[in-house]
Design a protein around this ligand. Structure first.
Ligand SMILES: CCCCCCCCCCCC(=O)SCCNC(=O)CCNC(=O)[C@H](O)C(C)(C)COP(=O)(O)OP(=O)(O)OC[C@H]1O[C@@H](n2cnc3c(N)ncnc32)[C@H](O)[C@@H]1OP(=O)(O)O
Length: 208
């Protein structure tokens, strides 16, 4: 699968993105995020020997200690930026876009073992997380002003399996004043796993 970022908003004045600082490790961050995602999946599925756990603890604590010295304000943060592939974060699995336009977003996503709820199924709370991101991208795409989620309604129709390529669709349904209604669906093959409706509200000028 090709790595996909939320390209298209870079240069959009609504998003006010500054150039990525290449001298601050930014080129390696997507790979680091990928490695951390794999770490989360492997760690979740492992029963590691005590010596390995002890050594991991030592190394992770050492990284934490170094990172404490490099904390920056939110405006300077790189992780989570929409112009970094996969947003370089570990909260939501990387989304691969197959087709996007002003009113739709279609693609694929795979939840790793890190997202396991029970019996091979994705933890229910991870699914709204994905939908909020997908529906939010549709709401805020197409050159529209930024918006914020007012509600997100999710229906779980069948088990969403981990470790499987899933297909998603999200679409702009209608707009009423500042209210935007966006719908989405998540499929395993032809099986509908979950569907969502979100209300997104256009932010007023100056509304943070
Ligand atoms: C490519 C890009 C990549 C982008 C990629 C990333 C995208 C990610 C997007 C994620 C977005 C988020 O998660 S945002 C974070 C989660 N959301 C939040 O924290 C929102 C917290 N809530 C708020 O800030 C506020 O409640 C707002 C902004 C949503 C609305 O407040 P407001 O601006 O004062 O507006 P307000 O007058 O209350 O509401 C406007 C209209 O909406 C209606 N309304 C408001 N809330 C609701 C509601 N829950 N259910 C029904 N209706 C509602 C009101 O009745 C009114 O209707 P009428 O009288 O006009 O008919």
């Amino acid at each position: 699968m090709a790595e996909t970022s939320d390209q298209g908003v870079t240069g959009d004045p609504h998003w006010n993105l500054t150039p990525l600082p290449a001298d601050r490790g930014a080129p390696d961050l997507p790979r680091l995020a990928e490695a951390l995602r794999e770490f989360n999946d492997l760690m979740t599925g492992a029963v590691a020997p005590p010596d390995l756990v002890k050594e991991m603890l030592r190394q992770v604590e050492a990284f934490n200690s170094e990172l404490r010295a490099h904390q920056v304000p939110e405006r300077d943060q790189i992780i989570g930026r929409i112009d970094v592939p996969g947003r370089a974060q570990g909260l939501i699995p990387v989304v691969h876009t197959d087709s996007s336009g002003p009113d739709h977003l279609h693609g694929r996503v795979r939840f790793g073992r890190y997202y396991l709820g029970r019996n091979g199924a994705v933890y229910g709370g991870a699914i709204p997380l994905l939908f909020d991101s997908l529906l939010g991208r549709v709401s805020n795409g197409g050159g529209r002003l930024p918006s914020r989620t007012a509600y997100l309604h999710v229906d779980y129709r069948s088990i969403t399996p981990i470790g499987t390529d899933l297909r998603f669709e999200a679409r702009f349904v209608r707009e009423e004043g500042r209210k935007r209604f966006i719908e989405g669906a998540l499929y395993n093959g032809d099986t509908l796993c979950a569907e969502a409706e979100g209300l997104f509200i256009t932010l007023r000028p100056g509304q943070a």
